[in-house]
Design a binder for this molecule. Structure first.
Ligand SMILES: [Zn+2]
Length: 535
């Protein structure tokens, strides 16, 4: 059994944060990624709060999760209503997740002033709801909202609410520092009291970062015997955010010796992935995973780390998937690429010329502003090209776009033309769309369809634009991330340029190109394919 279980709430509490929005597709991609990384619990959302979350759970049930358990989040039953008649509780069961997390009130002030009910009824609400969910075969996580504030106000009241949850059969009691104002020594002391009072049910911790102590408070709870840590990737969340999993995980594992994740080297990639999918800039100074977390600039430091890395580094950066900056080793970062190639079933030997050339190319592109974390499709293409298993399905000659605005209130129209060759047959097409990207996508498909009817199956499911600021003396550029699907698989591709149209174009072309490579449909078809319009 694991010493501490990791409970991710990026998809629920994380999305309460300003500037952190996720579509349903984004949420599904993140859930899959968290599962692969080894997170134990994934809280997907609150089905009682919006229809999007209900739909998420419907789609998420089709995900092939290898390790993580999905949790639906909600509240205890309403006051003066039988639990089986509470529609919000019913939705929790309808989400069909193995785990249900409910929150209840620990702070007397909230019971009498906010809920406007009695202390006894509040305890019954907690007990009944937990019991009802247990009767329905759910693993139940009880989140004690405002636990620390409630405890400081009245220890007896707060503990009695936990006892109610334990009596109902809760699997774990999670103590929440909802307002984020508690100090680590208070957490340690209060958690110890909880453990003494309720020894039969384990406890966990849910903290917020309002005093920049989210991680420290979670660590304090683990020191006191806590077995579950809740948090979000990169600390996204309301106000100043939640306990940052990308910090607390390596602390638990590398500093406290608690084995919580099988392959910690994937940590930095996970951090970048969530930034990219949510379209947020990477926080360079983030501990462990930040771009500059192991960067050395001062001359003396550089000299020292070159002699002995440990002299100015608290851990080996590779252990969290990061790397020391200044020393650009030929082999650094190669293992990530090898893992990726292996996943794709492509043969790439460590230290081989192919591996080195793939790595060099990846580094060049990253320096130019590319990021492959959410664009595995573009990385796959790059590897295929370097391995020589790539055949060009089409040759692009030119494209052109225009945007027409009408003075009479008519909807604006975007038009795109594409000129390309498949083998020696030319194709010149024009299409209209709702925007530049849509028009380009349509024109490209129209040109390719006579040769590759399979591309009918591919659709663009997401499109994200990010301006990346110029560091290292480069000008600001645009990075476009496209997600495509053939109804069965989805893949991300990326384009970077100073021009948004070109960046979009690169990402779209990669998306179709990769699909054709995977299908093994190649350019030799052109000879026997009739087409009406030849250029
Ligand atoms: Zn919270």
């Amino acid at each position: 059994m694991k010493p501490v279980f990791l409970y991710d709430t990026t998809l629920r509490d994380g999305t309460q944060g300003e500037g952190f929005q996720l579509s349903m597709l984004d949420k599904l991609r993140i859930a899959e990624r968290l599962d692969r990384f080894g997170i134990d619990y994934i809280e997907g959302g609150w089905p009682g709060s919006n229809p999007k979350d209900i739909e998420f759970f419907r789609e998420a049930s089709k995900l092939d999760l290898k390790h993580a358990k999905l949790a639906a989040f909600g509240s205890t039953r309403r006051a003066d209503l039988a639990v089986e008649e509470d529609p919000q509780v019913r939705l929790l069961l309808e989400a069909s997740t193995p785990v249900v997390t409910i929150f209840g009130k620990s702070w007397e002030l909230h019971v009498t002033e906010v809920l406007r009910t009695t202390v006894e009824e509040n305890q019954a609400m907690i007990r009944d709801t937990v019991r009802y969910l247990k009767e329905n075969d759910r693993e139940v996580v009880y989140d004690a909202e405002h636990f620390f504030d409630g405890y400081k106000d009245s220890p007896e009241h707060a503990l009695a609410t936990l006892e109610a949850a334990a009596e109902g059969g809760a699997d774990v009691l999670v103590l929440c520092d909802t307002n984020g104002g508690t100090l680590p020594e208070e957490v340690l002391e209060i958690c110890t009291k909880v453990k003494e009072r309720i020894p039969g049910t384990p406890f966990g911790i849910h903290t917020h970062n309002d005093c920049e102590l989210g991680v420290a408070n979670a660590v304090a709870a683990v020191r006191a015997g806590g077995i579950q840590v809740q948090g979000t990737v990169n600390g996204y969340g309301e106000r100043t955010g939640n306990c940052n999993l990308t910090s607390v995980i390596p602390i638990l594992q590398l500093k406290m010796g608690l084995e919580v994740i099988p392959a910690l080297e994937g940590l930095q990639a996970l951090s970048y992935f969530v930034d990219d999918v949510s379209n947020n800039p990477h926080f360079a100074r983030a501990p462990f995973v930040g771009r500059t977390a192991f960067a050395h600039k001062g001359g003396m430091h550089v000299n020292a780390v070159q002699k002995l890395a440990r002299s100015y580094e608290h851990i080996e950066p590779q252990r969290v998937g990061n790397s020391q900056q200044i020393l650009v080793s030929e082999l650094s970062g190669q293992s990530n690429i090898l893992i990726k190639a292996e996943e794709l079933g492509l043969k790439l030997e460590k230290g081989s010329d192919e591996a080195k050339s793939v790595l060099t190319r990846v580094k060049e592109m990253e320096n130019a502003g590319y990021s492959f974390e959410a664009a595995g499709g573009s990385l796959e293409l790059l590897i295929r090209r370097e391995l020589g298993s790539y055949e060009k399905p089409f040759d692009l000659k030119e494209f052109h776009t225009s945007y027409r605005l009408y003075r009479d209130g008519h909807q604006p129209v975007c038009e795109a033309t594409v000129k390309l060759y498949v083998g020696d047959v030319g194709e010149y097409t024009v299409a209209e769309g709702h925007g530049v990207v849509n028009a380009l996508d349509k024109a490209l498909r129209k040109a390719l369809l006579p040769f590759y009817p399979e591309i009918e199956e591919v659709s663009l499911t997401d499109y994200k634009v990010r301006i990346i600021d110029g560091h290292d003396n480069t000008a600001a550029k645009t990075r476009v991330l496209v997600v495509s699907s053939d109804g069965e698989h989805s893949w991300g591709t990326v384009g970077v340029s100073e021009n948004i149209i070109e960046a979009s174009w690169i990402a779209i072309v990669d998306s179709i190109d990769l699909f054709l490579q995977r299908r093994g449909v190649l350019a030799t078809k052109s000879a026997d394919t009739p087409s009406a319009a030849r250029a």
